[in-house]
Structure formats: C-alpha cells, structure tokens
Design a binder for this molecule. Structure first.
Ligand code: AMP
Ligand code: MG
Length: 432
C-alpha cells in the first residue's frame, strides 16, 4: 500500500479503504470484562474457548432405530432385540453380540459391538425380532457420530478476537462456558456540528433541522460494539469546536459530523489542525461522502494517564498514543455511508476483532445508471436476496439529505468511477 501517513490527500475510494485498514491493523487492544455468556452477544472474545471434553463425548446415534452390526442387517438377518437405550443413557448390557440389536433413540450412546444404526423407518418388527424392511442396505458407521469426531478435548474452538454471535454463543454454551471474557467496549465520542441543529427532543423553527446524525452515529457505534459518548452539539465557531474536540479527544475514537466541506463556517479541519492533528486523508473521490476526513490526534500525558494500568499492560505503547478521528460530511446519508465504509472497520479493530473492511457482495443490476467521472458512486438500492441471482435495484432519491429514500433501501450499490451501467450488469453492493 502507498504510504498515506504523510501529507494530507484526497484518495480514491479503494485507497481510502486501504488507508483505514492499514491503521486498523496496527491497533492493539488489552483488558477484558468477564460477562455472562448471553451478555457476550455483539462483543469480542478476549480468550480462547476450548473443548472441555471430546465432542461428542460418546459414540452418538443420529437416528431413532436399532444399533446393529451393519453387515448382518444388510444381509437381511433377523436380529434379537436385547435392550433399549434412551438419550442420556448408556446401555446396561456389555457389548452387542452377533445376531443382536438394541433399540436406540437419537442422541443416545451407541452400545459397543454395534457399528451402525438402522433407522426405525426402515425396520420390520415381530416376536422380539427386527430386520430390514425390503432390501435396504446399511453401511458401517451409518447414523453414528463417533466420539471426538467433531472436536478433541482441549482443542481451540473459538480464538480470541472472534465476534460473538449466536453460532459462537451456542458453541461456547456446549463447552460449558457460563461466563466468558470479552474485550472492553471502546469509548467513542460523538460530536455533531452546526448552527442549524436542534436536538430531537426540541422543536425546530423552519430554518433549523434536527440532529439526526448524532442519533444515527450513536446507534451505529453501539451496534458495532463501541460505547457511544454523545457530546453536546458544537456550533460553527472555533471556540465551540475547540471545547468539544478537547472533550472528545480522550476517547479511543472521535467522530465529528458536519463542518468538513468548503463553506465559510466549515471549521472542523482547521480546529483539528490547531490540536496538532495528523490527517491521513482529507477527502475521498466518492459521492456521497467526498469531504470525509480521517486522521489522528496525539494524546496528552493526562489522557494517557486516565487509562487504567490494566488496559496498558502488554500493549504497543506507540499506537495507544493516538486518538483516531473522523470528520464525516453532515448530509445524513453521507454520514451513514462514510461511517459504514471507513469508521466501522476501525471501530471493530478497536473492539478487538482485527482489521477487516466493509462487506460487499455482487449482484445483477436491474436498472440503467450513469457513472460520474472521477467518483465512486454509492447509491441507496434494494437488494432482492434470491437464492440464485441477487438483484439490485437503485432507489430514486433527492440526494444525500434524503433519509426517507435511504430507509426504503436495504443496501448501497457501488458504481465504479465514470462507468455507465446497463440492466443485467454485475455490480458491487455494500451490505448494511
Ligand atoms: P455540513 O457538512 O455541515 O455542510 O452539512 C451538510 C448538510 O447536512 C446540511 O444540510 C446540514 O444541515 C446537514 N446536517 C449537518 N449536520 C447534521 C446533523 N447532525 N443531523 C442532520 N443533518 C445534518
Ligand atoms: Mg455545517
């Protein structure tokens, strides 16, 4: 990757994603909370989960039926039913002998001496005997999951750094982990800027607008596993911005919305520069979102000191010296899109999940749409999740202020710089 740590630049879309990942990959997190297993949902593992016993811990029947010797069953022999074993039980007998069968339930331990389970649906019964209905074969090992075939005791099943969803929680539960260590949530300061803003609880006059970005950013931060700290609205003055930036710069991440375009009162970058900001990019060739800014501020000694000693153990001192910040364009859809593309990956890294970019899939375009020279276009779209051929349809909208159109969409179509698209073309789609 090109070194972007020097001079401030306007980058292409892909370069900007790479710049964020480059820095996200350098993030180290330490410290953990021990939480109840269910409370780990949406958080990141701070320890490994190992199998506490073999999985399965016994040879497990996967069907209701009869534990038998497969060759005898396949040969059509009439077998004497010598017992029954239910789930949760072990058969009281020693081992199955030739000419015998044991009735067995799904989930029960297969008696030794048996090498397959014949399904009850395939069996004929009479006078204490069981045999194969019609000419049904049975292979050795059929309908048995052998002891330890899924995992051996002590094997690592979930590595530290895994985000906990239902699949991971299910596995940890199967390993008896009622409590689990997860990474601390990184504190994320959120500052909306603008003279025109009022909070959602207030009544705007005609020329005012509600601070929806502050709420949207809070929701996205929390959904990504961060701890949102919403600060008061900053007005479009140096004084007000200085106050808020000073307040927010002790967090692990600082998000500002608005005030990063070329207007007379767009002062965010100027004030960040007063704080000694290092800008990693100052604009991305995309629409919406072009004015987006990414950079970092060196922490003051007192801010570093405010972190607990346990958080500092073992970390690379150098990269914890910085608070990363983003100046997100104020238009509400621009804020959402640039968060998803550039903030999400950094935030997940700060949560301990490592560096990974946003999720794209490919879909067939259902419309015609014109590209724009020099810009990656990102348009609200509806993805129909068909089994075979996902199809994306662009949603009509009034531009990046149009939250209503954006809410009708369920994804964004990503259109390459300057290219015109026809119906049937394959496009990239950014999933929400
Ligand atoms: P700016 O990036 O400050 O030039 O703002 C661009 C547009 O986004 C303007 O129409 C603003 O009113 C609007 N906007 C800025 N901040 C917010 C916010 N926090 N919530 C909703 N809209 C905003
Ligand atoms: Mg503004």
């Amino acid at each position: 990757m090109r070194d972007v740590s020097g001079e401030a630049q306007v980058l292409g879309f892909v370069e900007a994603l790479e710049a964020v990942l480059h820095h996200a990959a350098r993030v180290r997190v330490t410290g953990a909370d021990k939480v109840g297993l269910l409370a780990s949902a949406g958080r990141v593992l701070a320890e490994e989960v190992r199998a506490d016993r073999d999985q399965p811990a016994f040879d497990r029947a996967t069907r209701d039926g009869f534990a038998v010797r497969a060759a005898e069953w396949a040969a059509g022999r009439r077998l004497r039913v010598v017992g029954l074993v239910r789930a949760g039980e072990t058969w009281a007998g020693k081992a199955l002998s030739s000419g015998e069968a044991v009735e067995i339930m799904t989930g029960a331990a297969v008696p030794s001496g048996a090498d397959a389970v014949a399904m009850v649906e395939h069996a004929e019964l009479g006078e204490g005997l069981v045999w194969a209905a019609a000419a049904r074969g049975l292979r050795a090992e059929e309908n048995i999951v052998r002891c330890a075939s899924e995992a051996r005791r002590g094997e690592v099943l979930l590595a530290a750094g895994r985000a906990m969803g239902a699949a991971e929680i299910a596995l940890a539960a199967a390993c008896g982990r009622a409590e689990i260590a997860v990474r601390k949530r990184p504190a994320v300061a959120i500052v909306a800027t603008g003279d025109e803003l009022v909070e959602v609880e207030e009544t705007p006059v005609d020329s005012q607008i509600r601070n929806s970005n502050g709420v949207a950013l809070t929701a996205m931060v929390e959904a990504a596993g961060g701890e949102a700290r919403r600060l008061a609205i900053a007005r479009d003055t140096r004084e007000s911005l200085r106050e808020r930036i000073a307040e927010g710069s002790g967090s692990r991440l600082l998000l500002l919305s608005g005030g990063v375009s070329v207007g007379k009162y767009d002062l965010v970058e100027e004030v960040l520069a007063e704080f000694g900001a290092e800008f990693l990019f100052r604009g991305v060739r995309m629409q919406p979102g072009r004015p987006v800014v990414f950079g970092r501020l060196r922490k003051t000694a007192s801010q570093r000191g405010s972190e607990s000693a346990s958080q500092r153990v073992g970390e690379l001192a150098e990269e914890r010296e910085w608070t990363y910040f983003y100046g997100l364009p104020g238009n509400p859809v621009s804020t959402l899109v640039t968060f998803q593309c550039f903030v999400g990956p950094m935030l997940r890294a700060l949560c301990g999940a490592g560096a990974a970019g946003p999720r794209f899939v490919q879909a067939t375009l259902a419309d015609e749409v014109k590209g724009k020279a020099g810009l990656t276009r990102i348009l609200p779209a509806i993805l129909r999740h068909d089994l075979e051929r996902p199809e994306g349809r662009i949603v009509g909208w009034q531009g990046s202020g149009d939250l209503a159109a954006n809410a009708r969409a369920n994804c964004y179509a990503v259109l390459a710089d300057g290219r015109d698209y026809n119906s049937g073309d394959v496009i990239s789609v950014l999933l929400r």
